[in-house]
Write a protein that binds this ligand. Structure first.
Ligand SMILES: [Zn+2]
Length: 324
């Protein structure tokens, strides 16, 4: 049997017709940097404010403009999926108009997000199925920030996310009673991004051998924490990230040991028996990968004071939301 190039579905396709990322040295034709900064600031990661500010997606350059210089690139679904959320009130978010799609890729529930859209396709509504490569919107430069996005910097902000907790609206109301949440579960704080650049490049390199679960499980560890919670949504949503532990299986699970990457993604959970957990506290920081913290500190999940590492308020908030 002939195995043609199109005989397998690509897990994630480019969200526009700009594919310059695949040509080494052409990154400046793919990424849009922040005002006055190089293209690298349009990547995912600790790329802003001298490495101390996280950018949780890719800012992808427009290729097509109308007579007025406005972007016209169609924005394309990255994979088969279902519309999860459509926000057509640009003044309510720095994302401007944005869309969230839900996908099952390699058995992993993953969400793609497309922001700063000019126009959302007519009639696009939560619950609708979309196909990989299907146009869902037109690129734009909507946002609610004071500075706005100039015509020259028009781009789509593209994220690949895991969903932390469907109880987010309740949790947020308790944790931040004076803050507004206009987007329910689809608040950016409830979506933890992985690097779409690495996903796109890795699957290009590995073809059918690419597997999103393996990709997520192979994140670099920033820190390891123990939590005493034994039942929380992440465990149910991402069972493929749970490792086996015969001792906990035999004695009963008293908590989980969790590896977090620098963006706070809990990418590996090990069930622990009571005899293995050294503490009864809700959260305990077990270890920190100092080299990784040195490279990617911007989420400020942990801090070192007086020679000792501890969880910051950000770190504790994340674990509270995770186990809520
Ligand atoms: Zn962006």
């Amino acid at each position: 049997m002939l195995v043609g190039r199109f005989s397998f579905a690509q897990p994630c396709a480019f969200p526009t017709s700009n594919h310059s990322l695949l040509q080494p040295g052409s990154e400046d034709r793919f990424f849009v940097g922040t005002v006055g900064k190089p293209w690298a600031t349009g990547q995912f990661g600790c790329v802003r404010t001298e490495g101390w500010q996280m950018h949780e997606g890719l800012d992808i350059k427009c290729l097509q403009r109308d007579a007025a210089g406005e972007p016209t690139d169609p924005v394309l679904a990255t994979a088969d999926g279902v519309v999860a959320y459509v926000s057509a009130s640009p003044s309510l978010s720095n994302y401007g108009n944005y869309i969230v799609l839900r996908h099952q890729i390699d058995g992993l529930e993953v969400y793609s997000l497309y922001a700063h859209l000019k126009r959302i396709r007519d009639g696009l509504k939560p619950g609708q199925a979309v196909k990989s490569g299907e146009a869902i919107a037109t690129m734009g430069r909507t946002t609610n920030t004071h500075e706005g996005i100039s015509r020259a910097r028009a781009h789509v902000h593209f994220e690949l996310d895991l969903l932390v907790n469907e109880g987010f609206p309740r949790w947020y109301k308790n944790a931040f009673p004076t803050q507004r949440n206009d987007h329910g579960v689809w608040n950016g704080q409830n979506l933890l991004g992985v690097d779409p650049r690495l996903v796109l490049l890795e699957q290009h390199r590995l073809g059918t051998n690419f597997n999103l679960v393996n990709f997520v499980r192979n994140q670099v560890e920033l820190c390891r924490v123990a939590v005493s919670a034994t039942s929380f949504p992440w465990l149910k949503r991402y069972p493929r990230l749970i490792e086996r532990n015969p001792i906990a299986e035999k004695e009963g699970v008293a908590g989980y040991e969790i590896s977090l990457n620098y963006n706070g993604v809990p990418y590996r959970m090990i069930p622990r028996a009571g005899s293995e957990l050294k503490t009864k506290s809700r959260f305990q920081l077990l270890s920190v990968n100092e080299a990784e913290y040195g490279r990617n500190p911007c989420r400020r999940l942990v801090t070192k004071r007086g020679g000792h590492w501890s969880l910051t308020r950000n770190g504790t908030n994340l674990l509270e939301l995770l186990t809520y």
